[in-house]
Design a protein around this ligand. Sequence first.
Ligand SMILES: *Cc1c(COP(=O)(O)O)cnc(C)c1O
Length: 220
Amino acid sequence: MPTPAESLSAVREVIAKAARTARRDPDGVTLVAVSKTQPVAAMLELGAAGVRDFGENRVQEALAKWPELLAAHPDARLHLVGQLQSNKADEAVAHAHAIHSLDRPSLLAAIARAAQRHGRCPTLFVQVNLEGAAQKGGCAPEALPALLSDARTAGLPVEGLMVVPPLALEPAPWFALTAKLAADHGLPLLSMGMSGDYATAVTIGATHVRVGSALFGART
Ligand SMILES: *Cc1c(COP(=O)(O)O)cnc(C)c1O
């Protein structure tokens, strides 16, 4: 089993190669190490190798690990990538660098109230759901313009889109459609690509890849 630091070198090489293929600057791709279920020790190992962006699905788990991570790396950035309940919005806004899973007006309203209270707001991505009701979470493309407009009205402009393609389907078309939607709405950031498909995502324009098991090994 490679260590997280060894896997990191390999993942960085894949990103650099995919970026070169697409004539993109590899520095335009942020590697978010998705550390859900992983111990802080593994995160610290990646921290020592230069990783500062860590992704978590659950606010509670993130907050439990964060003090130790911040003690070693005060500039570590928390990316919340999982479905977010509105009652977690306050802690999310207080601690996250980015929320990748904004997907509905009620969550936007909770984030807006929390942003008022804390005087800060994380970078916001809207998670899009391109396949209809089958998938949990995510904003339908028809609902996207209203959500983006509500966010602007609330003074919290959305900066990007996030997508999780359906399992077991070829991901490239979903990435391309998400990139097109983002471009249509003038959104510069694209959070797409996981362990199985981040190289593809980079060639299609991902600015943030969310990689877990390719760095840390399989989750238990
Ligand atoms: C778990 C998770 C990831 C990372 O998945 P891997 O396949 O382990 O890379 C990325 N994005 C989201 C939303 C996740 O829940």
